[in-house]
Ligand binder design. Structure first.
Ligand code: PLP
Length: 441
């Protein structure tokens, strides 16, 4: 009998395997070769069979950055999945921007141009009520910049009902205080009046801050003045009104009547509105600032602005998002429940045909990302056995499902229709594999 070790494939032969082509580009020859050498060593000592060298090496290649995950949770803006999925036009813009671009150059005359002028012009055009606009790293950065430039060493007047924790331990009051501003809390958790604000405004006031309670709702005996009421007070007392809208809607969204939008808040008299770019706007992570030209200019000129400035990829993605006819976020929000149901039925029928237990069921999706709490969007899902949820996270592509009532739900509202085929394949392979391992048919 020949020594099985003589069957161990040579390094050149393994490297020639097409499945290593991507890894060679990504990691380079030396690192891929080291992984193969290690697999050959395992084969030599008998830990794996000689025929398993290529597979073992492939499986031990270092992971290549973030992986695409199919979002079958029914949460449109899933924070752990990176919030908004960019529109294709933005993905392409990012690809172009990754090279050398005209981000700060006017090609017509060869002179330096204003950085990100395309994105800023698109933003200004999208919200004509804003005298000026600015973009920073995220909404938290927009608030930090406003607090630093307009209220460091002074007071920010804010209702006790709006001292918000966004998530993952991020508390807005802590951020504001970290800039050197002091908080002047007014009113109570459930009720604050215009008079409460009026009594607190004085020589030391930097600005009045209104925060949209993005991720919670206070019901019952509750009330707080709207933007128009506060704008009147702020105009009379010559104090800026800064308003954190959170979700990033630029115009009213009929499906989400309780979500504020920049245009409406500016029209009602807010001096400065801040919002996120990767929530309902459906774009890249960034912080949007809209408002009075003099205030935006003070923020833009503040030294801290440089530390919060966005990179060329973000500017490119933002400009393309604003120019796109729709975004995946908007498509998911507006998806027709009847169509979702049809997709769920088609998927469930094919999965059943493949021998898996699957059923199309009614479901309820949410907006997520700390937006529109309590809003339930009618949706459709494929219900599977609960024990599939874990293995599906390790499928190709990974699928994140929702486990509820002892079953695994694949909610289709946040899944693009063109991803149904990938979803089907991932579930079939995972389900079959599980059946084999547990010996069930
Ligand atoms: C989400 C949110 C923030 C934080 O925005 P980031 O872009 O994540 O920094 C701040 N305020 C409100 C009201 C929010 O909803």
């Amino acid at each position: 009998m020949t020594d099985p070790r003589r069957l161990i494939p040579r390094t050149d032969a393994v490297l020639a395997d097409q499945r290593f082509a991507q890894a060679l580009l990504r990691l380079g020859h030396a690192r891929v070769k080291a992984v193969i050498t290690e697999a050959q060593r395992l084969a030599r000592q008998g830990t794996i069979a000689p025929g398993e060298v290529a597979e073992t090496a492939l499986a031990s290649l270092p992971a290549g950055g973030p992986r695409r995950v199919v979002n079958a949770t029914g949460v449109i803006l899933h924070t752990n999945l990176g919030r908004a999925r960019l529109p294709e036009a933005a993905v392409e813009a990012v690809r172009v921007a990754a090279g050398t671009t005209d981000i700060e150059l006017d090609l017509a005359n060869g002179r330096r141009g204003r950085r990100g002028r395309g994105a800023l012009a698109a933003l200004a055009a999208a919200v004509p009520a804003a005298q000026a606009v600015h973009v920073v790293n995220n909404n938290a950065a927009a608030l930090a910049l406003a607090a630093t430039a307009l209220a460091a060493g002074r007071e920010i007047v804010i209702s006790r009902g709006e001292l918000v924790e966004i998530g993952d331990g991020f508390r807005l009051p802590d951020l504001l205080v970290s800039t050197g501003a002091r908080l002047r809390e007014v009113g109570t958790t459930n009720r604050t009046t215009v008079d409460d604000y009026a009594r607190a405004i004085g020589q030391d006031t930097g600005f009045v801050l209104k925060v949209h309670p993005s991720n919670y709702r206070i019901e019952g005996f509750a009330g707080t003045p709207g933007i128009a009421d506060l704008a009147g007070l702020c105009a009379r007392t010559h104090v800026p009104l800064v308003a954190d809208a959170g979700s990033g809607l630029l115009r009213p969204e009929p499906l989400l009547p309780d979500e504020p939008d920049a245009a409406t808040w500016l029209a009602r008299g807010a001096d400065l509105v801040t919002a996120s770019g990767d929530k309902l706007l459906g774009g890249p992570q960034c912080g949007l600032l809209f408002g009075r030209a003099d205030l935006v200019e003070r923020l833009r000129r503040h030294p801290l602005a440089r530390a919060l400035r966005v990179d060329k990829l973000t500017l490119a993605a933002l400009e393309a998002t604003l120019g796109a006819p729709s975004t995946p976020t908007s498509a998911a929000l507006h998806a027709d429940p009847v169509r979702l149901r049809r997709r769920a039925e088609a998927l469930a029928a094919r999965l059943a045909e493949a021998g898996l237990r699957a059923e199309a069921v009614a479901s309820a999706a949410t907006v997520g990302g700390g937006s529109a709490p309590g809003v339930m969007l009618p949706s459709a899902a494929v219900a599977l056995d609960a024990e599939l949820a874990g293995p599906l996270r390790l499928a190709e592509p990974p699928v994140l499902a929702r486990v509820e009532q002892g079953r695994c739900f694949l909610d289709l509202r946040a899944v693009a229709a063109e991803d149904d085929e990938d979803l089907f394949n991932a579930v079939v392979i995972t389900g079959k594999d599980l059946q084999q391992r547990t010996g069930r048919g």
